[in-house]
Design a protein around this ligand. Structure first.
Ligand code: ADP
Ligand code: ADP
Length: 229
């Protein structure tokens, strides 16, 4: 479920400056496709188009064969879980932040999601547990802890599509490896679009697409791309 297709997608924020110049690729249902490339190549723009922050100027983006312009924004976004580079948490409790993906979730479900994201133990040791306030006016979480909260939120939301937009890029190497392990669990059997700038972080992807200046310059498995270098 959640098969994604970009067909000859053109996009510019400013008509005088094209950002995506005819992008075509597919993420088959349940598979993981990674887009790598230098900063400014247009990688994040792809995820913003899929989420419909912007509409494309020509071509088509489809989910399960349906043009996303014909899907309500609400139903499109409910099908997508996004883990960005820097998760910004609400000034509210840990439980509220995890539940944001599915407000009706029970305490037990919140805790189970936190366990999979490997942050439950940490939260339970806090004096107020899951009711601890986080953010500017509460507990300061590290970058890795915030990403774990974002992962727990996504687990609870259980969307068919997952976008990981540089989700580990801001972390130190050790934390990056730990968070990657949690992300691998969430992305397994889920249609996943990974945005990354280094090839080394997307070894497990079913296909890797190299994007440069808004064009796909190479594509293949990790092993195949390494051989070409
Ligand atoms: P990447 O994720 O590969 O670093 P982005 O998709 O974020 O690249 O950006 C591609 C290009 O589009 C960059 O030159 C960037 O400056 C430009 N850009 C990104 N967002 C906007 C925006 N909201 N308005 C205008 N230009 C933008
Ligand atoms: P829903 O539509 O399911 O209520 P939202 O669209 O508000 O959910 O957000 C869903 C998830 O995507 C949240 O975790 C939110 O933090 C994240 N998100 C929303 N907008 C962005 C964005 N521009 N960049 C990265 N993540 C985002």
């Amino acid at each position: 479920q959640g098969a994604i297709s970009f067909k000859d997608v053109h996009f510019a924020y400013d008509p005088a400056r094209p950002i995506l110049k005819g992008i075509s690729f597919e993420v088959p249902a349940g598979k993981t496709v990674a887009v790598v490339g230098p900063s400014g190549a247009g990688k994040s723009t792809l995820s913003r188009l899929l989420y419909r922050f912007y509409d494309i100027q020509s071509g088509a983006v489809t989910v399960d064969g349906q043009d996303i312009r014909h899907v309500t924004q609400k139903s499109l976004r409910s099908a997508i879980g996004m883990v960005p580079q820097d998760t910004v948490l609400f000034n509210d409790t840990v439980a509220y932040n995890i539940r944001y993906g599915r407000p009706s979730a029970s305490d037990a479900e919140v805790k189970a999601a936190a366990e999979i994201a490997q942050i439950a133990h940490f939260i339970e040791l806090l004096p107020e547990g899951f009711e601890t306030k986080v953010g500017e006016r509460g507990l300061k979480l590290s970058g890795g802890e915030k990403q774990r909260v974002a992962i727990a939120r996504t687990i609870l939301k259980a969307p068919p599509i997952l976008i990981l937009d540089e989700a580990t890029s801001a972390l130190d190497t050790t934390t990056e490896r730990e968070i990657q392990t949690a992300l691998d669990v969430v992305s397994k059997n889920r249609t996943t679009l990974v945005i990354a700038h280094r090839l080394s972080t997307v070894i497990g992807a079913d296909e890797i697409i190299v994007l440069k200046s808004g064009e796909i310059t190479e594509r293949g498995t990790h092993a195949a791309l390494l051989e070409k270098d």
